[in-house]
Ligand binder design. Structure first.
Ligand SMILES: [Zn+2]
Length: 324
Protein backbone atom coordinates (compact mmCIF):
# COMPACT_ATOMS: atom_id res chain seq x y z
CA UNK A 1 0.00 0.00 0.00
CA UNK A 2 1.35 3.41 -0.92
CA UNK A 3 1.71 6.28 1.51
CA UNK A 4 -1.08 8.16 -0.27
CA UNK A 5 -3.65 5.50 0.49
CA UNK A 6 -2.50 4.71 4.00
CA UNK A 7 -5.34 4.88 6.46
CA UNK A 8 -7.92 4.39 3.75
CA UNK A 9 -7.98 0.77 2.89
CA UNK A 10 -7.79 -0.04 -0.81
CA UNK A 11 -11.12 -1.81 -0.59
CA UNK A 12 -12.81 1.47 0.22
CA UNK A 13 -11.33 3.28 -2.75
CA UNK A 14 -13.65 3.56 -5.71
CA UNK A 15 -10.81 2.77 -8.10
CA UNK A 16 -10.03 -0.50 -6.39
CA UNK A 17 -12.70 -2.52 -8.11
CA UNK A 18 -10.93 -5.82 -8.15
CA UNK A 19 -9.15 -7.54 -5.31
CA UNK A 20 -6.73 -10.38 -4.94
CA UNK A 21 -5.81 -12.51 -1.98
CA UNK A 22 -2.24 -11.37 -2.49
CA UNK A 23 -3.33 -7.75 -1.94
CA UNK A 24 -5.38 -8.62 1.14
CA UNK A 25 -2.47 -10.42 2.80
CA UNK A 26 0.13 -7.89 1.64
CA UNK A 27 -1.95 -5.04 3.10
CA UNK A 28 -2.07 -6.95 6.38
CA UNK A 29 -4.04 -7.03 9.60
CA UNK A 30 -4.09 -3.29 10.28
CA UNK A 31 -5.45 -2.51 6.81
CA UNK A 32 -8.05 -5.26 7.14
CA UNK A 33 -9.05 -3.84 10.53
CA UNK A 34 -9.54 -0.37 9.02
CA UNK A 35 -11.63 -1.93 6.26
CA UNK A 36 -13.87 -3.50 8.89
CA UNK A 37 -14.16 -0.15 10.68
CA UNK A 38 -14.99 1.57 7.39
CA UNK A 39 -17.71 -0.94 6.60
CA UNK A 40 -19.13 -1.01 10.12
CA UNK A 41 -19.40 2.75 10.53
CA UNK A 42 -19.68 4.15 6.99
CA UNK A 43 -21.89 7.02 8.26
CA UNK A 44 -19.05 8.15 10.53
CA UNK A 45 -16.23 7.78 7.98
CA UNK A 46 -15.17 4.52 9.59
CA UNK A 47 -14.62 6.13 12.99
CA UNK A 48 -16.02 4.05 15.86
CA UNK A 49 -19.50 4.54 17.31
CA UNK A 50 -20.26 2.85 20.63
CA UNK A 51 -22.83 0.14 19.84
CA UNK A 52 -24.25 0.37 23.36
CA UNK A 53 -24.80 4.11 23.86
CA UNK A 54 -24.02 5.66 20.47
CA UNK A 55 -21.08 7.57 21.96
CA UNK A 56 -18.49 8.95 19.55
CA UNK A 57 -15.71 9.56 22.08
CA UNK A 58 -13.64 6.46 22.52
CA UNK A 59 -10.30 5.24 23.79
CA UNK A 60 -8.28 3.27 21.27
CA UNK A 61 -6.91 0.05 22.65
CA UNK A 62 -4.52 -0.25 19.75
CA UNK A 63 -2.73 -3.36 20.95
CA UNK A 64 -5.98 -5.32 20.85
CA UNK A 65 -7.61 -3.42 17.99
CA UNK A 66 -10.53 -2.55 20.24
CA UNK A 67 -12.25 0.58 21.42
CA UNK A 68 -13.58 1.65 24.81
CA UNK A 69 -16.42 4.10 25.13
CA UNK A 70 -15.50 7.28 27.08
CA UNK A 71 -19.04 7.89 28.30
CA UNK A 72 -19.15 7.62 32.08
CA UNK A 73 -21.49 4.81 32.98
CA UNK A 74 -20.89 3.03 29.68
CA UNK A 75 -17.19 2.27 29.20
CA UNK A 76 -18.24 -0.45 26.79
CA UNK A 77 -15.40 -2.25 25.05
CA UNK A 78 -16.10 -3.11 21.48
CA UNK A 79 -14.66 -3.93 18.08
CA UNK A 80 -16.05 -3.40 14.56
CA UNK A 81 -17.64 -6.85 14.72
CA UNK A 82 -19.33 -6.42 18.14
CA UNK A 83 -23.06 -6.99 17.92
CA UNK A 84 -22.84 -8.19 14.31
CA UNK A 85 -23.04 -11.62 12.80
CA UNK A 86 -19.24 -11.79 13.12
CA UNK A 87 -19.32 -11.16 16.87
CA UNK A 88 -17.24 -13.68 18.84
CA UNK A 89 -14.95 -13.85 15.83
CA UNK A 90 -11.68 -15.50 16.70
CA UNK A 91 -10.15 -15.24 13.27
CA UNK A 92 -7.80 -12.38 12.40
CA UNK A 93 -9.41 -9.58 10.38
CA UNK A 94 -7.13 -10.31 7.46
CA UNK A 95 -8.16 -13.98 7.42
CA UNK A 96 -11.83 -13.12 7.67
CA UNK A 97 -11.50 -10.65 4.80
CA UNK A 98 -9.64 -13.28 2.76
CA UNK A 99 -12.37 -15.83 3.52
CA UNK A 100 -15.07 -13.46 2.27
CA UNK A 101 -13.06 -12.82 -0.88
CA UNK A 102 -12.66 -16.56 -1.49
CA UNK A 103 -16.41 -17.04 -1.02
CA UNK A 104 -17.40 -14.26 -3.43
CA UNK A 105 -14.76 -15.42 -5.92
CA UNK A 106 -16.26 -18.90 -6.01
CA UNK A 107 -18.85 -18.41 -8.71
CA UNK A 108 -19.86 -22.05 -8.46
CA UNK A 109 -19.69 -22.18 -4.70
CA UNK A 110 -16.82 -22.99 -2.38
CA UNK A 111 -17.07 -25.97 -0.06
CA UNK A 112 -16.33 -25.49 3.61
CA UNK A 113 -13.53 -28.04 3.26
CA UNK A 114 -11.87 -26.05 0.52
CA UNK A 115 -12.31 -22.78 2.40
CA UNK A 116 -10.79 -24.35 5.54
CA UNK A 117 -7.76 -25.46 3.53
CA UNK A 118 -7.38 -22.08 1.82
CA UNK A 119 -7.39 -20.02 4.99
CA UNK A 120 -5.99 -22.74 7.24
CA UNK A 121 -8.79 -22.96 9.77
CA UNK A 122 -10.99 -25.74 11.12
CA UNK A 123 -13.67 -27.13 8.88
CA UNK A 124 -16.42 -26.17 11.32
CA UNK A 125 -15.13 -22.61 11.52
CA UNK A 126 -15.27 -22.32 7.72
CA UNK A 127 -18.70 -23.95 7.61
CA UNK A 128 -20.25 -21.52 10.10
CA UNK A 129 -18.48 -18.51 8.59
CA UNK A 130 -19.86 -19.26 5.12
CA UNK A 131 -23.34 -19.78 6.52
CA UNK A 132 -23.22 -16.54 8.50
CA UNK A 133 -22.28 -14.73 5.32
CA UNK A 134 -25.19 -16.39 3.50
CA UNK A 135 -27.58 -15.29 6.23
CA UNK A 136 -26.35 -11.71 5.82
CA UNK A 137 -26.73 -11.97 2.03
CA UNK A 138 -30.34 -13.08 2.51
CA UNK A 139 -31.05 -9.93 4.51
CA UNK A 140 -30.36 -7.84 1.42
CA UNK A 141 -33.66 -8.89 -0.15
CA UNK A 142 -35.67 -9.83 2.95
CA UNK A 143 -39.22 -8.62 2.65
CA UNK A 144 -38.80 -7.49 -0.96
CA UNK A 145 -41.08 -8.32 -3.83
CA UNK A 146 -40.31 -8.63 -7.54
CA UNK A 147 -42.24 -7.13 -10.41
CA UNK A 148 -42.11 -6.64 -14.17
CA UNK A 149 -41.57 -9.86 -16.09
CA UNK A 150 -41.08 -12.63 -13.56
CA UNK A 151 -40.15 -16.22 -14.35
CA UNK A 152 -41.10 -18.91 -11.85
CA UNK A 153 -39.97 -22.51 -11.67
CA UNK A 154 -39.06 -25.22 -9.21
CA UNK A 155 -36.63 -28.14 -9.11
CA UNK A 156 -35.50 -30.85 -6.76
CA UNK A 157 -32.08 -29.97 -5.39
CA UNK A 158 -29.85 -32.07 -3.16
CA UNK A 159 -30.78 -35.31 -1.46
CA UNK A 160 -28.41 -36.90 -3.93
CA UNK A 161 -29.84 -39.85 -5.80
CA UNK A 162 -27.09 -42.35 -6.47
CA UNK A 163 -26.84 -43.66 -10.01
CA UNK A 164 -27.88 -47.29 -9.95
CA UNK A 165 -25.28 -49.90 -10.72
CA UNK A 166 -27.79 -52.44 -11.83
CA UNK A 167 -30.33 -51.42 -14.32
CA UNK A 168 -33.01 -53.71 -12.93
CA UNK A 169 -32.64 -52.13 -9.47
CA UNK A 170 -32.62 -48.58 -10.66
CA UNK A 171 -36.25 -47.78 -10.22
CA UNK A 172 -36.48 -49.29 -6.73
CA UNK A 173 -33.27 -47.70 -5.55
CA UNK A 174 -34.21 -44.25 -6.77
CA UNK A 175 -37.65 -44.57 -5.27
CA UNK A 176 -36.12 -45.52 -1.93
CA UNK A 177 -33.75 -42.52 -2.04
CA UNK A 178 -36.62 -40.25 -2.86
CA UNK A 179 -38.54 -41.53 0.11
CA UNK A 180 -35.87 -40.63 2.65
CA UNK A 181 -37.70 -37.32 2.94
CA UNK A 182 -34.48 -35.42 2.33
CA UNK A 183 -35.31 -34.15 -1.09
CA UNK A 184 -36.51 -30.59 -1.28
CA UNK A 185 -37.69 -28.33 -4.03
CA UNK A 186 -36.15 -24.94 -4.58
CA UNK A 187 -38.73 -22.57 -6.02
CA UNK A 188 -37.59 -19.40 -7.69
CA UNK A 189 -39.24 -16.13 -8.73
CA UNK A 190 -36.82 -14.29 -10.95
CA UNK A 191 -37.49 -10.83 -12.34
CA UNK A 192 -35.88 -10.44 -15.75
CA UNK A 193 -34.78 -6.94 -14.80
CA UNK A 194 -34.54 -7.36 -11.06
CA UNK A 195 -33.87 -9.67 -8.19
CA UNK A 196 -33.99 -13.41 -7.78
CA UNK A 197 -35.98 -14.67 -4.80
CA UNK A 198 -35.90 -18.30 -3.72
CA UNK A 199 -37.57 -20.56 -1.20
CA UNK A 200 -37.36 -24.21 -0.23
CA UNK A 201 -40.48 -26.36 -0.07
CA UNK A 202 -41.39 -30.02 -0.01
CA UNK A 203 -43.07 -29.86 -3.39
CA UNK A 204 -43.19 -27.45 -6.29
CA UNK A 205 -46.94 -27.04 -5.72
CA UNK A 206 -46.11 -25.55 -2.30
CA UNK A 207 -44.32 -22.84 -4.26
CA UNK A 208 -47.59 -21.30 -5.43
CA UNK A 209 -48.16 -19.54 -2.11
CA UNK A 210 -44.56 -18.30 -2.17
CA UNK A 211 -44.97 -16.83 -5.67
CA UNK A 212 -48.19 -15.11 -4.60
CA UNK A 213 -46.36 -13.61 -1.64
CA UNK A 214 -43.20 -12.32 -3.31
CA UNK A 215 -44.43 -11.31 -6.76
CA UNK A 216 -46.20 -7.96 -7.11
CA UNK A 217 -49.78 -8.16 -8.40
CA UNK A 218 -48.95 -6.09 -11.51
CA UNK A 219 -46.20 -8.48 -12.65
CA UNK A 220 -46.42 -10.68 -15.72
CA UNK A 221 -45.58 -14.20 -14.56
CA UNK A 222 -44.07 -16.83 -16.85
CA UNK A 223 -44.43 -20.46 -15.79
CA UNK A 224 -44.23 -23.89 -17.36
CA UNK A 225 -47.09 -26.30 -18.01
CA UNK A 226 -47.15 -27.92 -14.54
CA UNK A 227 -50.78 -27.86 -13.41
CA UNK A 228 -50.20 -26.36 -9.97
CA UNK A 229 -49.19 -23.09 -11.60
CA UNK A 230 -52.76 -22.80 -12.97
CA UNK A 231 -53.62 -21.19 -9.64
CA UNK A 232 -51.44 -18.20 -10.56
CA UNK A 233 -53.83 -17.06 -13.31
CA UNK A 234 -56.33 -15.81 -10.75
CA UNK A 235 -53.85 -13.28 -9.37
CA UNK A 236 -51.40 -12.48 -12.19
CA UNK A 237 -51.30 -12.05 -15.91
CA UNK A 238 -49.67 -15.43 -16.50
CA UNK A 239 -47.96 -16.82 -19.58
CA UNK A 240 -47.35 -20.54 -19.91
CA UNK A 241 -44.78 -22.47 -21.84
CA UNK A 242 -45.25 -26.15 -22.50
CA UNK A 243 -41.79 -27.67 -22.54
CA UNK A 244 -42.99 -30.69 -24.43
CA UNK A 245 -43.65 -28.32 -27.32
CA UNK A 246 -40.90 -25.75 -27.16
CA UNK A 247 -38.52 -23.83 -24.90
CA UNK A 248 -40.07 -20.55 -25.82
CA UNK A 249 -43.39 -19.91 -27.50
CA UNK A 250 -45.46 -16.77 -28.06
CA UNK A 251 -43.06 -14.90 -25.79
CA UNK A 252 -43.53 -17.27 -22.88
CA UNK A 253 -40.20 -18.47 -21.52
CA UNK A 254 -38.78 -19.66 -18.21
CA UNK A 255 -35.20 -20.23 -19.34
CA UNK A 256 -33.68 -17.76 -16.86
CA UNK A 257 -35.39 -19.45 -13.94
CA UNK A 258 -34.52 -22.92 -15.17
CA UNK A 259 -30.88 -22.13 -15.88
CA UNK A 260 -30.52 -20.75 -12.37
CA UNK A 261 -31.93 -23.94 -10.88
CA UNK A 262 -29.64 -26.07 -13.04
CA UNK A 263 -26.61 -24.10 -11.82
CA UNK A 264 -27.78 -24.32 -8.22
CA UNK A 265 -28.18 -28.06 -8.51
CA UNK A 266 -24.66 -28.39 -9.88
CA UNK A 267 -23.34 -26.19 -7.09
CA UNK A 268 -25.07 -28.13 -4.33
CA UNK A 269 -24.52 -31.61 -5.69
CA UNK A 270 -21.05 -31.01 -7.12
CA UNK A 271 -19.44 -28.74 -4.57
CA UNK A 272 -21.25 -29.06 -1.27
CA UNK A 273 -22.38 -32.68 -1.61
CA UNK A 274 -24.41 -33.48 1.50
CA UNK A 275 -26.55 -30.44 2.08
CA UNK A 276 -29.14 -31.06 4.74
CA UNK A 277 -32.68 -29.90 3.97
CA UNK A 278 -32.64 -27.25 6.67
CA UNK A 279 -29.58 -25.56 5.14
CA UNK A 280 -30.61 -25.76 1.50
CA UNK A 281 -32.31 -22.36 1.55
CA UNK A 282 -29.01 -20.75 2.50
CA UNK A 283 -27.28 -22.16 -0.58
CA UNK A 284 -30.20 -21.06 -2.75
CA UNK A 285 -30.03 -17.56 -1.29
CA UNK A 286 -26.29 -17.40 -1.86
CA UNK A 287 -26.63 -18.50 -5.48
CA UNK A 288 -29.40 -15.92 -6.04
CA UNK A 289 -27.25 -13.18 -4.50
CA UNK A 290 -24.30 -14.12 -6.71
CA UNK A 291 -26.58 -14.22 -9.74
CA UNK A 292 -28.07 -10.80 -9.07
CA UNK A 293 -24.63 -9.22 -8.59
CA UNK A 294 -22.81 -11.16 -11.29
CA UNK A 295 -21.74 -8.02 -13.15
CA UNK A 296 -19.92 -6.59 -10.15
CA UNK A 297 -16.19 -6.96 -9.69
CA UNK A 298 -14.96 -9.16 -6.89
CA UNK A 299 -13.80 -6.11 -4.91
CA UNK A 300 -17.32 -4.71 -5.02
CA UNK A 301 -18.79 -8.08 -4.08
CA UNK A 302 -16.43 -8.48 -1.14
CA UNK A 303 -17.28 -4.94 -0.05
CA UNK A 304 -21.01 -5.63 -0.38
CA UNK A 305 -20.86 -8.94 1.49
CA UNK A 306 -18.78 -7.48 4.32
CA UNK A 307 -21.09 -4.46 4.58
CA UNK A 308 -24.13 -6.76 4.83
CA UNK A 309 -22.44 -8.91 7.48
CA UNK A 310 -21.49 -5.91 9.62
CA UNK A 311 -25.03 -4.52 9.35
CA UNK A 312 -26.49 -7.87 10.37
CA UNK A 313 -27.07 -8.74 14.03
CA UNK A 314 -25.80 -11.79 15.87
CA UNK A 315 -27.28 -14.88 14.26
CA UNK A 316 -29.75 -16.96 16.22
CA UNK A 317 -29.14 -19.84 13.83
CA UNK A 318 -25.37 -19.85 13.77
CA UNK A 319 -24.20 -18.45 17.09
CA UNK A 320 -22.53 -21.27 18.99
CA UNK A 321 -23.67 -23.73 16.33
CA UNK A 322 -21.12 -26.39 17.27
CA UNK A 323 -21.59 -25.98 21.02
CA UNK A 324 -25.17 -27.26 20.93
ZN1 LIG B 1 -20.96 3.69 25.14
Amino acid sequence: MTQATKGTHFLLLAKARTMSLREVFAAGEEAAFSTFCGMRWPENDGKPVCPRCGGLEVFHITTRRKFKCKNAGCYHQFSPTSGTIFASRKMAYVDLLAAILIIVNGAKGVSALQLARDIDCQHKTAFVLAHKLREAMAAEIAGQTVTGTVEVDGAYVGGYVKPANHKENRRDRRLAENQTGKRRVVVIARARNGRTITTVTKSEADGVAFVKAVVAADAVVHADEASHWDALHAKFKTMRINHREAYSKNGACTNMAESFLARLRKMVEGQHHHVSPQHLHQYATHAAWAEDHRREDNGQLCHRALGLALAHPVSRNWKGYWQR
